[in-house]
Design a protein around this ligand. Structure first.
Ligand SMILES: [Fe+2]
Length: 307
């Protein structure tokens, strides 16, 4: 196995205001499968093509936003090394979560951006995981926007520099792209990958802690992004931007909102990353093209609307 250490981002729990309208959005429009309830306030979901027990939890709460995001490690040794190093060198608040069905312990740290980031290595296969013997590409016809997997998240918060240092030096993630601040030196936003994707996580420097900018679902191709746009138009889903393309990661994308105000993204294409690739760097005056490659200008909502 060539990808070792942290393998990928694998689980995210977000807050929603109402289950009925959230399920219409995430189950019927995006097309996720319901795995079951954790308790009366939390519902587990996954895409048709994911092997692990579940990848998204909707948590009914009074505000939108993110509870935590978690990375899957290759084994217990990796997890223990991360716990030890974080405790001795970073001193972040630490808690063990053991209430996610199908998952072993999730070791969670509160990083300087204010987010809870978990690490785990044990997770059961989903009851309805993809076929592996003479497999069809799907058992049941995918529905809605038909995402293949949870892809990544963009988080906003203070001191992204220390958070990125921890993500690279302790978790071993690679920086794929950087957007610089006006000073031409410090990072406004950093894109990080655990594998061959353009990113598993991006972190943007922002005064307010624990902010979710978006969670993203992977679609097969540009055609699927177009089909997702048709669904958004038909069902009056509020589109933030797109269909369009990012210069950064080169993803083909649409930003849109769930009924609670959490921003979602459908993401396809993009390049394959390998750890020997040089970091791509964007100057502040090229931020427009980095995020909105065709328009070459940021819309105001991108920086000012979040959950
Ligand atoms: Fe994204």
């Amino acid at each position: 196995m060539a990808v070792t250490g942290i393998l990928r981002v694998g689980l995210v729990q977000i807050k929603v205001l109402d289950f009925d309208e959230s399920l219409v959005h995430y189950r019927d429009r995006i097309g996720l499968d319901i795995v079951g309830n954790i308790d009366e306030d939390r519902i587990m979901l996954k895409t048709y093509d994911e092997f692990d027990h579940h990848s998204l939890v909707l948590h009914k709460a009074d505000t939108a936003g993110i509870d935590f995001i978690a990375f899957k490690a290759d084994n217990e040794k990796t997890v223990n090394k991360i716990i030890e190093k974080t405790k001795s060198e970073y001193g972040f608040d630490y808690e063990i979560m053991s209430d996610q069905p199908g998952y072993g312990e999730i070791h969670t740290f509160t990083v300087p951006t204010g987010h809870k980031i978990g690490i785990y290595n044990e997770v059961e296969l989903a009851e309805d995981y993809p076929m592996i013997r003479n497999p069809y590409i799907w058992k049941k016809e995918p529905k809605g926007m038909a995402p293949t997997c949870f892809d990544h998240a963009l988080l906003y918060g203070p001191d992204q520099a220390t958070t990125v240092k921890w993500l690279t030096e302790v978790l071993g993630l690679a920086i794929t792209e950087i957007l610089l601040k006006e000073d031409g030196e410090n990072h406004l936003c950093t894109w990080l990958s655990a594998n061959t994707r353009g990113h598993d996580l991006a972190v943007l420097d922002f005064p307010e802690p624990n902010v979710l900018h978006h969670i993203s679902f992977h679609l097969e191709d540009w055609h699927a992004v177009g089909h997702a746009a048709d669904i958004m138009a038909r069902y009056e889903i509020k589109i933030d931007a797109g269909p369009m393309r990012h210069g950064i990661t080169r993803g083909q994308t649409i930003y849109f909102f769930d009924p609670s105000g959490n921003r979602n993204e459908t993401f396809a294409g993009g390049y394959e990353f390998f750890p020997d690739h040089p970091v791509r760097i964007w100057d502040a005056d090229h931020a427009g093209a980095g995020i909105f490659y065709y328009d070459k200008a940021l819309n105001d909502r991108f920086l000012s609307v979040y959950s």
